[in-house]
Design a binder for this molecule. Structure first.
Ligand SMILES: Nc1nc(=O)c2c([nH]1)NC[C@@H]1CN(c3ccc(C(=O)N[C@@H](CCC(=O)O)C(=O)O)cc3)C=[N+]21
Length: 291
């Protein structure tokens, strides 16, 4: 029998720090402000948005939502980014992804001002993750994984950590953040031969494949820590992870649940980045006014 690694205590301790910083900004008459850009109304975008709005309320962060029609053109989107990059009242910008086909994701990545890119869409911020430079904004889900492991005091230095999944949003950047923690990192993917024999060797397994209940009992061993990043619909409208939770729970030492786990922390990290962007902009202005 395992231990459930809930996201809530991690979120609560992150919130304490965020609240203090929001109130320090408030003393200077500054309210950190997030702009969400949503094209159409995809179901998981709406879910994430709801969770973001709820958390913004709780933390004293202002949030604006710009909803654009599903057939919005590249030209209109260029205009939106141009305006909002220069809007001094907006500190962080996130556009929900994936985007409809007429929009070029490569061009969009380059439209956002890296200083406002709190979800790490810009190549400028992604490059910093690969350089081990913590000045920028790392992607929120990989950061949520690191925060959870640190909160539960899971040793990473020298530990064997296996990441299943090699996406640019989770697997690859997570491997870099784990290297920064001095873990010995292995990445598995769809072409890995005998993946269960690889994951069974690890001290910590992170599941980031994007397939409902893909990792069954044979992927795990006793004493392991399992972090499940997956948010999948099981076909009946129920959210399940990439791991068959019930099977793994019986075998491993500790495991995160599919809801109330990493997803919860992801939202809080995003808002932490909004506050950080706001602090950075405020400090930059102060430096400029002193010269
Ligand atoms: N540019 C971009 N970045 C994203 O990170 C992104 C995106 N687009 N598009 C949509 C998906 C979906 N996603 C979720 C994150 C957290 C929860 C979450 O907080 N889930 C809670 C439940 C939510 C609730 O109950 O309110 C949980 O895991 O317990 C859900 C979904 C991020 N996404």
């Amino acid at each position: 029998m395992g231990i459930k690694l809930a996201g809530k205590p991690v979120v609560e301790s992150l919130r304490e720090d965020i609240k203090l910083r929001v109130s320090a900004l408030g003393e200077k008459q500054i309210t950190p402000t997030l702009l969400l850009i949503r094209v159409g109304a995809r179901e998981d975008d709406i879910w994430y948005e709801r969770s973001i709005l709820k958390n913004c309320d709780l933390l004293g962060i202002q949030c604006q939502v710009k909803e654009l029609p599903l057939d919005v053109s590249m030209e209109e989107l260029r205009q939106v980014f141009h305006e909002e990059n220069h809007n001094p009242h907006v500190h962080g910008i996130m556009i929900f992804r994936p985007l409809p086909e007429q929009l070029d994701p490569e061009e969009i990545r380059n439209l956002i001002d890296p200083a406002k890119d709190i979800d790490c869409m810009s190549p400028v911020n992604l490059e910093k993750v690969f350089e081990g430079n913590s000045d920028g904004f790392a992607p929120c889900t990989p950061k949520a994984v690191i925060e959870l492991l640190k909160h539960y005091e899971i040793p990473l230095k020298g530990a064997n950590v296996t990441v299943a999944g090699r996406s640019l949003v989770v697997g690859k950047p997570l491997a870099m953040l784990l290297l920064d923690e001095h873990a010995t990192v292995t990445i598995c993917h769809s072409r890995t031969q005998d993946m269960p024999s690889v994951t069974r060797q690890a001290d910590v397994v992170v599941a980031a494949i994007g397939k409902a209940k893909f990792m069954t009992e044979e992927y795990f061993g006793e004493g392991q820590i399992v972090v499940d990043v997956g948010i999948n619909d099981d076909g009946t409208g129920k959210i399940v992870g990439d791991v068959d939770y019930d099977a793994a729970f019986e075998k491993v030492k500790a495991i995160t649940p599919a809801t109330g786990g990493i997803g919860l922390i992801t939202t809080t990290i995003l808002l932490n980045h909004v506050v950080q962007a706001c602090e950075n902009i405020t400090n930059d202005n102060k430096e400029h006014s002193q010269v």
